[in-house]
Ligand binder design. Structure first.
Ligand SMILES: NC(=O)c1ccc[n+]([C@@H]2O[C@H](COP(=O)([O-])OP(=O)(O)OC[C@H]3O[C@@H](n4cnc5c(N)ncnc54)[C@H](OP(=O)(O)O)[C@@H]3O)[C@@H](O)[C@H]2O)c1
Length: 326
């Protein structure tokens, strides 16, 4: 099969396409023909060896995909050849085939095409848990989404609006905010040009109820300072590369809550939460919710797709199409 490979750590252009042996499913594993794979920021970090988990080279990057089951190893009960599935893995998705444990797969909802299915699972599940499972968001709340034009950000804006929240989208340019406005964000704040805390306070009156932060760095503290008393700040990631340090007196003074989302390990601590999220998201997909996909690349240009995220150029999701998916 053809697969994107990273044989040394570095910037996205170290990734090239190789011919490698087809994987074979072991017990409990499923072999999937990939139709589309979505790019997530951790893929950029993994190639650069800057992710929390270091992956030995050479490896095939890519952590999220949609495709068709080709075969299954012994003891696999939940899927069979021909099933349309979506899945996630630490690596391996930027390839024609992937082998994963059956638990890594969920059925592809009928309404999603391959590109949307590949782009959906990681960001929308993360956004749902950030907003609802940990953020405690309710209809009518003011929700601030940092990095709102990115993958997690666009999903958070979309889900929050559909669940009845009022969304303040924050991004680095008016052009990126215009893209997010199509998802229903009520107000946009250009956080590199405007005073983030002052602007959120001005818009909300008493402050926001929830902040969703996939960005970190210098944006986190002013957003937290703009929470209303009793509000919740949810830390999701650090696309800036900088983990913020928050003065704890801010939490004390306004009875704030800071929560963190970690999708990979969430089910271990909250066993009921994944099923609740999947059910809620399936209902929203039936109502027409689709991820915002702005760029589709071929397998030969995985480096270009990773560069788009690395350079802050992507709006919403970037997808690699395989097997005639687009
Ligand atoms: N906790 C979890 O389980 C979980 C799950 C998924 C993702 N994440 C994390 O969430 C973060 C965002 O992921 P994503 O898929 O949404 O990424 P993304 O699509 O690349 O979006 C990140 C956004 O951050 C903003 N940004 C600000 N400073 C940046 C910088 N120096 N470099 C790059 N982007 C910068 C960019 O928007 P502007 O230019 O408009 O500011 C960009 O759109 C990542 O750190 C990822 O690892 C965590």
């Amino acid at each position: 099969m053809r697969a994107a490979r990273c044989d040394r750590y570095g910037s996205p252009d170290v990734v090239t396409v190789w011919d490698v042996p087809d994987p074979t499913p072991g017990a409990g594993e499923v072999l999937v023909e990939i139709r589309a794979a979505a790019v997530n920021f951790p893929d950029v970090l993994t190639v650069a060896d800057k992710y929390q988990v270091s992956v030995p080279t050479p490896f095939t990057p890519g952590s999220e995909f949609a495709g068709v089951v080709r075969s299954a190893g012994v003891d696999v009960r939940s899927v069979e050849p021909g099933d349309a599935v979506m899945g996630s893995a630490m690596t391996g998705a930027f390839a024609e085939l992937i082998c994963v444990p059956e638990g890594a797969l969920t059925p592809k909802p009928d309404g999603l095409d391959w590109i949307s299915a590949a782009a959906f699972r990681v960001t929308y599940t993360t956004a749902y848990h950030a907003l609802v499972t940990f953020g405690g968001m309710r209809a009518g709340d003011w929700v601030v989404v940092l990095g709102a034009a990115g993958g997690v950000g666009t999903a958070a804006v979309d889900v929050a609006r559909r669940l009845g929240a009022r969304v303040i989208a924050c991004a680095s340019s008016e052009e990126r905010l215009a893209a997010v406005a199509t998802l229903g964000a009520e107000v946009g704040v250009s956080y590199d040009l405007q005073d983030l805390k002052a602007r959120i306070k001005e818009i909300t009156g008493g402050g926001a109820q929830v902040v969703i932060d996939p960005v970190g760095g210098r944006y986190a503290e002013p957003a937290l300072r703009a929470l209303a008393p009793g509000g919740t700040f949810v830390t999701v990631g650090y696309a800036t590369g900088e983990i913020p340090r928050i003065p704890l007196n801010l939490v004390l003074l306004k009875d704030l809550t800071i929560r963190g989302v970690e999708l990979r390990t969430l089910a271990q601590r909250h066993p009921d939460a994944p099923a609740r999220a999947q059910q809620a998201l399936a209902a929203l997909v039936s109502d027409g919710m689709r991820p915002l996909v702005s760029q589709v690349f071929g397998l030969d240009d995985v480096a270009g797709a990773l560069t788009s995220l690395n350079d802050r150029a992507a709006v919403g999701k970037v997808v690699i199409a395989l097997g005639g998916a687009c």
